[in-house]
Design a protein around this ligand. Structure first.
Ligand code: NIG
Ligand code: FE
Length: 405
């Protein structure tokens, strides 16, 4: 099965074969060609170029001068959750902080209670609605975490739901065991950390990665190290929640255990930058939660100027970032974090793919990669996407070369 895209105004986000991440000033550029064509075969990018397209027996897509770019990769979400937490939204508007809501038994524990009383079928249905919404907004690869179960039975229920999404979704799904999201009801802290370690072999049947909320009031660096060691014994690489609520030491412990990414990083400084230098860990910032919680934005510019790569992700969840709109994430990256549109583009495509270990198969335009693509309306370019941040720009999303609807 072949599809030939013709009349592409700009083909954006081309990387040389084998480029798995962009760091430092390499993030300043997005390689583009004008007046282009692109050939897809069996869901993969077969070839592309400029000028006259090749003569091929293929279904044709007339891009009508629009831009064709890689679809967004969202390397940090919590989209398997039950219902909503709109009551807490009102508490927040009345002045309560994220920590105060959590201390009252709201927050993550509120979602855990709801999830406990929701069937697997219903959880799947609700999560798939979010997946569909995200895909129509241009996302083609999603990492999804457990972490609203907080006991063995409900954590596995979540991981099975993620597995079901993985099997039915045409894009790419990665699954993360976040048993250590909060201490489950009825456990002491110490007992719960031990239990998370004990859950690991069963969780590893489904999960690709292990995550810990290493932050003030949640899990310590010592807890995190124990859990990551248990994860490593089961072949799970870490992705860490760190430095959202306090300077937690989460970045350093993540790097020490070879984390694929350390995420949030709203409160980081020179020490975290130094810890990340020379590592394979992708610093990942979540401006949607800074926006929603009114907390600082990560210092992405300083990280990039220090020579590091940065990814941006949505953190889509009911408590701190109830949106999976990666275009909005890109806009916040520019408007609030003062990234250039090119840096933000690289952060939500290739580097976000790298932060979930899939930049060899998606996240940029390169021969042999999946044809996960956004076709824009005519007249769009990389700068306009965050600048005109709420004007509809997508004409069609293609996942594995197939038009998504
Ligand atoms: O990444 N910070 C920890 N976990 C999520 C929030 C989860 C929730 O509030 O439900 C986050 O922001
Ligand atoms: Fe999160």
């Amino acid at each position: 099965m072949k599809t030939l895209f013709v009349n592409i105004g700009t083909l954006a986000g081309i990387t040389p074969k084998g480029t798995l991440r962009l760091e430092g000033h390499a993030m300043d550029q997005v390689q583009c060609i004008e007046d282009a064509w692109l050939l897809v075969e069996d869901g993969l990018i077969k070839s592309f170029g400029t000028g006259t397209p090749p003569r091929e027996e293929a279904a044709k897509v007339d891009a009508c001068g629009g831009m064709l770019m890689p679809s967004f990769c969202d390397s940090h979400t919590h989209i398997v959750y039950a219902g909503s937490r709109d009551g807490e939204f009102l508490d927040k508007l009345n002045g309560l902080s994220y920590e105060e809501i959590a201390a009252r038994g709201g927050g993550i524990l509120n979602s855990a209670d709801r999830l406990h009383h929701t069937s697997e079928d219903e959880l799947y249905r609700q999560a798939m609605e979010r997946v569909r919404e995200m895909t129509l907004k241009g996302t083609g690869a999603i990492e999804i975490k457990s972490g609203y179960g907080l006991n063995p039975e409900d954590e596995l229920k979540m991981l099975r739901v993620i597995e079901r999404i993985r099997k039915s979704y045409p894009g790419t799904i990665r699954s993360t065991f976040l048993g250590a999201h909060a201490v489950g009801r009825g456990y002491t802290h110490e007992d719960y950390v031990r239990l998370v370690c004990e859950m690991m072999p069963e969780a590893a049947r489904y999960a690709d990665f292990v995550d810990v909320f290493c932050d003030e009031g949640f899990f310590t660096v010592e807890d995190t190290a124990r859990i990551l060691e248990a994860g490593a014994r089961c072949g799970l690489r870490p992705k860490i929640h760190a430095n959202e609520l306090a300077v937690s030491g989460g970045v350093q412990v993540g790097v020490r255990y070879g984390a694929l990414s350390v995420d949030h990083l709203e409160r980081t400084g020179e020490e975290e930058i130094q810890a990340l230098k020379g590592s394979q860990t992708m610093p990942t910032m979540l401006p949607g939660s800074s926006f929603f919680l009114g907390i600082p934005y990560g210092r992405a510019r300083d990280f990039i100027d220090a020579g590091l790569g940065v990814a941006l992700a949505s953190d889509y969840n009911p408590g701190s970032s109830p949106s999976g709109d990666m275009r909005f994430v890109m806009a916040l990256g520019c408007i609030r974090m003062r990234l250039t549109p090119q840096r933000a583009f690289n952060a939500v495509t290739l580097n976000a793919a790298c932060a979930m270990g899939i930049s060899d198969i998606t996240g940029s335009i390169a021969e042999g990669k999946r044809a996960d693509l956004i076709l824009t309306q005519p007249g769009w370019d990389i700068v306009k996407i965050p600048y005109l941040h709420h004007t509809p720009f997508i004409r069609q999303v293609f996942i594995g070369g197939e038009a998504y609807s």
